[in-house]
Design a binder for this molecule. Structure first.
Ligand SMILES: Nc1ncnc2c1ncn2[C@@H]1O[C@H](COP(=O)(O)OP(=O)(O)OP(=O)(O)O)[C@@H](O)[C@H]1O
Ligand SMILES: [Mg+2]
Length: 343
């Protein structure tokens, strides 16, 4: 196997999902408000970056892949800012569809002395109208032919309706393009026909209808979900416990977390899904693409203030020699590699 990370630069990834703007208002607190017992934050600066499906896009672009991003924004200044932020990363913003009936999903963190004081969420989680569904699917179909892989990134903000999920998966299947789904719906039958679905443990438990206080054994959860998924692989991300890959008729494969330092775990799932897709598009088997995704997630949780990686950062934990010998050596020092065990 040659340098698969180098091949990331030749992949075009079609991402469809709930795009968001992550906004930060930075300031200082010197006094309590005379109006109410709350701190007064003196604003110093404002920053913003792509969030949700747009953060998946930022991750793919950061690793050298080219991206077509389809999603819904409002017809508002935040939507304009999101497009500008994306364009600064080389991701075309004009494929996003402006829906005047909703605001651009925006999460605003008020930060004082590097600490979060409050978060303001602007969002309307209404499912896309039938008209918008048709527009999204039309756009998806148009972009599919030029893409090596698709990602459906569902944050339950209304973009990935049942009709859009099934319509996109059907079209991608017909075109022979693999689909990676980062799910939020409880109903995994919507994702049938995709290549792999990547819930975190809580999402998997919810979909399997299990009591959150009950067994957290991923194998037990996976058994039911694999039946619903009918041939689609299931990759459960388990935070500090790494990842577990389940496929019908195969023993599960477990990947211990590879993080050496943990600073900020938000967005690790977006990095994982982006790298998984780039790996599959580059020709890696699912198990090897998972290993790469797990290593990438392990790196990104150790970064402060940013949620994306560069190809060079990823290459540093994947020496070329290890990549030429699939299944051996592609791990960080002091960690164990993927271990397969029977269900
Ligand atoms: N505390 C942690 N320590 C080590 N690795 C972690 C930790 N949290 C996350 N990771 C890595 O990131 C991967 C994805 O994390 P997680 O399962 O939390 O996904 P997620 O809930 O979808 O994340 P998010 O929605 O915040 O992006 C894990 O499989 C693991 O490789
Ligand atoms: Mg997630």
């Amino acid at each position: 196997m040659s340098d698969f990370i180098e091949r990331f630069g030749r992949q075009r990834v079609l991402i469809l999902g709930d795009v968001m703007l992550d906004e930060y208002v930075w300031g200082d607190v010197r006094r309590i408000s005379p109006e109410a017992p709350v701190p007064v934050v003196e604003v110093r600066r404002r920053t913003s970056r792509p969030g949700g499906a747009a953060n998946v896009a930022a991750n793919v672009a950061g690793l050298g892949g080219s991206v077509c991003l389809i999603g819904l924004t409002g017809a508002d200044p935040e939507g304009g800012r999101l497009r500008l932020e994306l364009e600064a990363l080389g991701i075309p913003g004009d494929v996003l569809i402006a829906d005047p009936s909703r605001p651009t999903t925006t999460k605003t963190r008020i930060m004082a002395h590097q600490q979060q004081v409050a978060r303001l969420d602007a969002e309307v989680r209404e499912p896309a109208s039938a008209e918008l569904e048709s527009a999204v699917l039309g756009c998806f179909e148009e972009q599919l032919g030029r893409s090596g892989i698709c990602i459906l990134s569902d944050y339950q903000k209304g973009t990935i309706t049942g009709r859009i999920a099934q319509g996109a998966i059907e079209r991608a299947r017909a075109a022979g393009v693999p689909v990676v789904v980062d799910p939020k719906s409880r109903d995994f039958s919507l994702y049938r026909g995709s290549t792999v679905v990547t819930p975190n443990l809580a999402e998997a438990e919810r979909a399997a209808n299990r009591d959150l206080n009950g067994s957290r054994d991923p194998a037990a959860i996976a058994r039911g979900l694999l039946r619903v998924l009918d041939g689609t692989a299931l990759l459960i991300t388990r935070g500090a416990d790494g990842m577990s890959l389940f496929r019908r008729g195969l023993p599960p494969a477990h990947f211990p977390a590879e993080a050496r330092h943990v600073f900020d775990v938000t967005g690790a799932g977006d990095t994982a899904v982006g790298v998984l897709a780039l790996g599959l598009a580059s020709g890696l088997p699912l198990e090897e693409a998972t290993r790469a995704a797990n290593a990438a997630a392990g790196l990104v949780v150790g970064k402060v203030g940013t949620a994306t990686l560069t190809a060079d950062e990823l290459r540093a934990v994947f020496p070329a020699a290890a990549q030429r010998r699939p299944g051996v050596g592609s791990r960080l020092p002091g960690t164990t590699s993927c271990s397969a065990s029977s269900a």
